[in-house]
Unconditional design. Structure first.
Length: 240
């Protein structure tokens, strides 16, 4: 049996239809048969997700949690199970465009000094979704919390940055691609964090090498940002 090169990990919680659409988009990824491993970790959705996924995608490795393990916990479960040389953490409300997975893999292959790469995120209307930020200092977080970012832009890069490859401080956890060996160097997602687990992971990765935003690889985010945040908070709070 061919050993997978890439392990794609998707955490699911009450998003059955979105998850199925995400898996359908991955079917279009080119490459050798069997070199992609897809692991779905379901956080006790109770909405028929398991039956629907395995009926349409029998080759998907489905992990069915009896309790809600949270965003970090479930992703960590998937990373422990992953057999690929590369890991792609992907939110269930996304759809991969074309050969984005291969673009990300090829970039890491061409740039061994790069330890983590993320695609460009787009809204369903084709507009850009901001997914890379400057340093997340306490002052920046307070400005964002109180909606003062239009007056004091301490966190966001200019929109022109997102049309080119560049090295941000942090990236969105909606889609992160890295070698599995990175987890051996910096560990998994921090399950003690209630929020910003992806930011913490990126900062730890940056200490080991380049962290890159790659607009040539594109992923569509189907859900609105507010709904994503609500889902993540619900997932984390349910796990506690």
């Amino acid at each position: 049996m061919l050993k997978p090169r890439i392990s794609i990990i998707i955490v699911s919680y009450k998003v059955r239809d979105l998850l199925l659409a995400c898996l359908r988009s991955l079917e279009k990824t080119s490459g050798e048969k069997g070199d992609l491993e897809i692991i779905v970790v379901d956080n006790n959705s109770g909405d028929g997700t398991r039956e629907s996924v395995l009926n349409e995608f029998p080759n998907v490795q489905f992990v069915e949690n009896k309790v809600n393990a949270g965003f970090s916990g479930a992703n960590n479960q998937g990373m422990v199970l992953a057999k690929g040389d590369y890991i792609f953490l992907l939110n269930p409300d996304t759809e991969v465009v074309g050969d984005a997975v291969r673009e990300l893999e090829q970039y890491l292959n061409r740039h061994p000094e790069c330890v983590l790469v993320a695609p460009q995120l787009l809204n369903t209307n084709g507009s850009l979704q901001i997914s890379a930020w400057k340093d997340h200092r306490l002052s920046s977080l307070l400005i964002e919390t109180f909606f003062l970012h239009k007056m004091f832009n301490t966190l966001q890069y200019p929109s022109s940055f997102f049309n080119k490859t560049f090295e941000p401080s942090t990236l969105s956890g909606a889609a992160l691609f890295f070698r599995k060996s990175l987890t051996e160097a910096i560990g998994l997602l921090d399950e003690q964090l209630f929020w910003m687990e992806d930011i913490d992971f990126c900062l730890r990765a940056k200490a080991k090498g380049r962290v890159v935003y790659l607009p040539d690889a594109k992923v569509i985010v189907v859900k609105a940002r507010k709904k994503i945040i609500r889902l993540l908070f619900q997932t984390n709070s349910s796990a506690n």
